[in-house]
Design a protein around this ligand. Sequence first.
Ligand code: FO1
Length: 306
Amino acid sequence: MITVLAGGTGSIKIIRGFASGPEGAEIRIVSNVGDNIWLHGLYVCPDIDTVLYGLAGILSERGWGIKGDTFSCLAQMEKLGEEIWFKLGDRDLATHLLRTSLRRKGRTLTEITDWMRKKYSVSEKIYPATDSNLETIIITEQGPMHIQEFWVKHQGNPRLTSIQYNGAEDATANPELIESLKNSDMIILAPANPITSITPILMVKEIKEQLKILRNKVLAISPLIGEQAISGPAIEYMKAMKLVNSALGVANFYSDIVGNFVIDLRDSPLSSKIGHLDMNIFQTDIIMRNSSDEKRLSSYIMGLNI
Ligand code: FO1
């Protein structure tokens, strides 16, 4: 069994790769919830939905929302004076409406996500990192703002000073998620933004503690090649957190929980320094341009003897 800790658009590729792997390999996903946001009275969980739609084969090329979706409802809301900086598609809205209605009936996010993935015919279990409220808040010179406001509404422009994970102190993990980590042959940290995708998951103390214990089975895929993120704004956030922007910086950041690290062939000069962090280093082409790359990288990882 493989459990993947995942964020949004960067993580779904490797998840799809594992999911298309050999018959019988069980894949489970632990999803970031720090990006979840209340909008127009609806509870939106972007990273859970990217995994859900990705595995259901209906994810838009953008990496979020549903393929071919339309935005009529949003356009109508705009006419009625609503701010519509977050593009919720008409079909995507069905997910948020039903999720919110189930939440109002007292169901936990874990229960709702499990119900939802079955409705979308997704066989892989998807666990929200926590059912508690945990929000990634970006502290900027213009004041604190939710990560979606910072990145989507303000397009990452306000000068960023630090990052907070509100609610992390009291966040607890679903016991089934912890059991899943314990029973996994490998735990994968997807090539996702370490600060805003993976850290909110690690802020759930029971998850972090378990990963420390299971360090030899934990494998991270670098989200960076050279000094560039493969996708998304990882570098901006890493700089704000004073991390070295390279695979070495990421390895250092994960060193207490990760015993195995996959870097790109172009980063091989970093391998001896990463090795000093007491990690097994593996080098391969880590870019996933299409589904055959997703399969290639996931089979490479499944074939590793860790
Ligand atoms: N990202 C954007 O850059 N602009 C959007 O308007 C936007 C809408 C959106 C709607 C539903 C959804 O599930 C995700 C959406 N995202 C949008 C992606 C999201 O902001 C981030 O990419 C993830 O939170 C990062 O993992």
